[in-house]
Design a protein around this ligand. Structure first.
Ligand code: BLA
Length: 324
């Protein structure tokens, strides 16, 4: 099995991971030099090396066989996927896209096993010639707005980290209101035009957030209460149901690889678990999206876009308007 044999060379920190494209794949034909020399590969490499240091048992996921590289329908753009698992990690997976027109995408996430109520690590970066759209967060598994216990447990000590990067990478403006409940008080939601300085800050934010997540993983204790484990599982399933149905990247994926393959990548790779972790449907979790004929409303938001400014204060207290 290719994925397993390649895991042996994964221990080196200098060599690029064999599952990742090499530097020669970075194209220099874009008009913006800063953006062209920039690549998300070092983000992935950092995360894999760092995870390997934190957990000795990181192994390739069985998904690796089906999801590794995909050529887009334009014959040029490549989609690169890699996935791993570890004792506390149900799935660590990454999708990166480098297109000839300067467009680059990183969708990197780590989902814990249901025995842990750890946040979900989430890095979603979209780069085009004109702009970068960034979400970087330790997405809360449980409510981190009203449930103070969960918020204190995972975010209290991270507020200074969030403040540092909220200043360097300012709030990106109005967004789908429903998304807010999936974000934590330290979420980085930002937009910027490419520059070396901004990309350096983003890499630094990514490394610090990832180290913070790994340290939480390190400290977390296994839950043994079956009720709590099912609550964790359902919360993760609800998150997966949201993202697999409403991910802003879906339309781009559909354009690149066609509807059938895009759905497969979304449901079996990116948000793997949506068909396995629970039986509830998207509409069971989010009934407000139900149309009269019983189908799911295609709109991303029912409430509309809101939160022009960062809706948390410097102590991490939610100060946004209500969700209606
Ligand atoms: C835009 N991506 C966005 C926006 C958000 C996110 C909030 C702004 C638009 C909006 O308000 O909906 C990201 N939303 C998230 C995340 C969560 C959420 C991470 O609810 C988690 C709970 N983005 C990707 C990938 C691609 C991508 C893989 O992650 C492409 C393959 C593209 N994101 C992308 C594009 C936009 C975007 C093109 C701008 C276009 C648009 O707003 O529809």
């Amino acid at each position: 099995m290719e994925s397993l044999s390649s895991s042996s060379s994964f221990s080196t920190t200098i060599k690029p991971h064999p599952l990742l494209p090499r530097a020669k794949n970075v194209r220099f034909s874009c008009s913006m030099k800063a953006a062209s020399a920039f690549s998300y590969q070092k983000f992935i490499q950092f995360a894999l090396d760092e995870t390997k240091h934190s957990t000795s048992d990181l192994i390739p996921s069985s998904l690796q066989e089906d999801f590794n590289t995909l050529k887009a329908m334009d014959g040029k753009t490549e989609l690169n996927m890699c996935s791993f698992q570890a004792p506390k990690i149900r799935l660590l997976r990454s999708l990166s896209i480098e297109a000839s027109d300067c467009m680059q995408v990183l969708d990197f996430a780590v989902f814990p096993e249901a025995e842990y109520d750890l946040p979900i690590f989430c890095a979603n970066f979209f780069t085009s010639v004109n702009t970068n759209i960034v979400v970087l967060d330790l997405n809360p598994l449980h409510d981190a707005i009203d449930e103070t216990h969960y918020k204190e447990k995972y975010y209290k000590n991270l507020i200074p980290l969030g403040l540092k990067y909220a200043e360097l990478l300012p709030w990106g403006g109005k967004l789908t209101s429903e998304s807010l409940k999936f974000f934590s008080p330290i979420v980085i939601w930002t937009k910027f035009s490419s520059s070396q300085e901004k990309h350096d800050i983003l890499l630094s934010a990514f490394t610090e957030y990832y180290k913070a997540w790994l340290s939480l993983m390190d400290q977390t204790k296994e839950e043994t209460d079956v009720t709590q484990i099912s609550l964790n599982r359902e919360a993760q399933h609800r998150y997966l149901a949201w993202r697999s149905q409403k991910d802003p990247g879906y339309h781009l994926l559909k354009r690149l690889i066609g509807e059938t393959r895009a759905k497969d990548v979304v449901n079996r790779f990116l948000f793997n678990g949506v068909n396995e972790l629970g039986n509830k449907s998207f509409l069971d979790y989010f009934p407000e999206y139900e149309r009269e004929d019983g189908s799911i409303n295609e709109k991303r938001s029912i409430i509309g876009k809101s939160f022009k400014n960062r809706p948390w204060d410097t102590r991490g207290v939610f100060i946004g308007d209500t969700f209606s």
